[in-house]
Design a protein around this ligand. Structure first.
Ligand code: FAD
Length: 439
């Protein structure tokens, strides 16, 4: 049995820890914060009593590794799954529904695209044509941004605005003319144009903290542990081999291998500044996500979630329906997501809440007398790395040129956008490499 230190208890670190300790090695997971989860976490809103997430997280049926982690931890039952992909999009022109339930398998998606309201037939046919090309592998690697890619495939502006733009913002957290098409293609192949099960959307029915809570117990059963509020200051090198870490309190912990599973901005402090990885990490830029939570006397919405087209607000989630709690203090509770939120990030929190609620009022035709009892705005300035056509090609693999040192995280080269599943897959990749190294 060998000892592995993993720095960072986000999804990547957790995924790696589970895989490595399951194979009989000892894992010590070090996390600087007082809770696990990294960029997925919840806090209590002390006025309403509701637990709110740092941002509503949406999963798809294609999140195979993350769903496997939840199964191992016994919390997979706390996820609500659609039966088939279905989304209602609201705009000032009315509602358009993508409903793939009418026919089985891939035919359901074709039928769903064909029945979209307010979309020209020629646009629907172009989308179906693209879906077929992706399905049979005619379109693969591409260096273009998403908008150029979609135009090259004759996607109509109506469908771009209604379907492609919201999908790109939600999955890649970047504007269409920045987001690399390669990531979109992979998302489409793995999820939306794969099979019925992979395309469905899934929602946690509990706050995010609870999903990962059993980790502690799981690690203990597998001869491993997590140390919270433990910040790694430096790596401990002996010649060109990584032999452990030095904590911010000066304590040295030795190990046979070390995995750094922290975001790029934390990386650069730990690695030697001349390393190419530190250089890449230093150049990384980020895309913000803003989440605005509102509380009302009553539930005003008869859906779990919906897309919003043509406004800053992009998705609305009805937390009162999705998250089960007993005797809530306020009957209505929603959150609205603004991805790639650069354009409003400098506004005051109250102004952001007012802007977002005005949009919700307009789109859902809410009476003027109805006002939110309370709001809370959460800005995640560094929500995800901002992948561009240029930096996408330089995303690091999980191995490094330093013996005994590995990296992991949503920014590694998984071919996926910076998402929970990207982080979970990177954790699995790094675990496999580490286990091979330890043999
Ligand atoms: C608001 C918001 C909404 C999102 N929505 C979605 C969504 O709907 N669907 C989706 O799939 N993804 C979504 N994401 C993205 C997803 O949350 C991330 O891609 C994923 O959680 C990243 O995991 P990670 O393990 O790579 O990194 P992180 O979660 O950042 O984990 C890194 C960990 O390392 C720790 N750490 C850093 N430095 C040190 C140190 N020196 N010592 C010890 N520990 C350290 C950090 O505290 C952190 O816990 C969203 C992200 C945000 C912020």
């Amino acid at each position: 049995m060998k000892k592995v230190i993993i720095i960072g208890a986000g999804v990547a670190g957790i995924s790696a820890a589970i895989e490595i300790c399951q194979s009989g090695h000892e894992v010590v997971l070090l996390e600087q914060k007082s809770q696990i989860g990294g960029r997925i976490y919840s806090i209590e809103d002390n006025i309403s009593g509701d637990l709110i997430d740092n941002g509503q997280h949406l999963l798809t049926g294609a999140y195979h590794r993350f769903l496997e982690i939840l199964k191992i931890l016994g919390t997979d039952g706390q996820i609500k799954k659609q039966k088939s992909l279905s989304i209602d999009f609201y705009s000032k022109n009315g509602t358009t529904s993508l409903d793939t339930s009418k026919l089985p398998g891939s035919l359901g998606l074709l039928y769903g695209l064909l029945s979209l309201q307010n979309i020209k037939l020629v646009s629907k046919l172009a989308a179906i044509n693209l879906a077929i090309k992706l399905k049979i592998g005619l379109e693969g690697n591409t260096d273009e941004d998403c908008h150029t890619f979609l135009r090259r495939h004759n996607q109509g502006e109506d469908l771009i605005t209604l379907f492609w733009e919201p999908l790109i913002m939600a999955t890649i957290n970047a504007e269409m003319n920045v987001a690399p098409a390669k990531l979109l293609v992979n998302v489409l192949k793995k999820a939306f144009f794969a099979d019925r099960k992979s395309a469905i959307l899934m929602f946690p029915t509990t706050d995010l903290n609870q999903l990962l809570e059993p980790l502690d117990e799981f690690l203990a059963k597998n001869n491993s542990k997590i140390k919270l509020s433990t910040k790694v200051a430096k790596l401990n090198f002996i010649e060109n081999t990584c032999k452990g870490v030095i904590l911010s309190n000066g304590e040295i912990i030795e190990a046979d291998a070390v995995i750094i599973a922290v975001p790029p901005y934390s990386h650069q402090k730990m690695l030697p500044s001349e390393s190419p990885l530190a250089e890449f990490a230093m150049k990384m830029t980020y895309s913000p996500i803003i989440s605005v939570y509102f509380w009302f006397e009553q539930d005003l919405f008869d859906f779990d979630f919906a897309g919003i087209i043509g406004y800053h607000s992009q998705w609305i989630f009805n937390r009162r329906r999705l998250i089960k709690i007993e005797s809530p203090k306020f009957g209505g509770h929603i959150t609205v997501t603004v991805s790639a939120a650069e354009s409003i990030i400098k506004m005051s929190l109250d102004d952001i809440a007012e802007l977002v609620f005005d949009e919700i009022r307009m789109v859902f035709k809410i009476d003027d007398e109805i006002k939110p009892i309370r709001h809370k705005v959460i800005i995640e300035k560094f929500a995800t790395p901002l992948f561009t056509c240029e930096n996408e090609k330089q995303r690091p693999s999980e191995s490094t040129d330093i013996e005994g040192l590995f990296v992991s995280g949503d920014w590694c080269d998984t071919g996926l956008p910076a998402t929970i599943e990207g982080a979970a897959i990177s954790g699995l990749n790094v675990a496999k490499l580490t286990k091979k190294f330890l043999v």
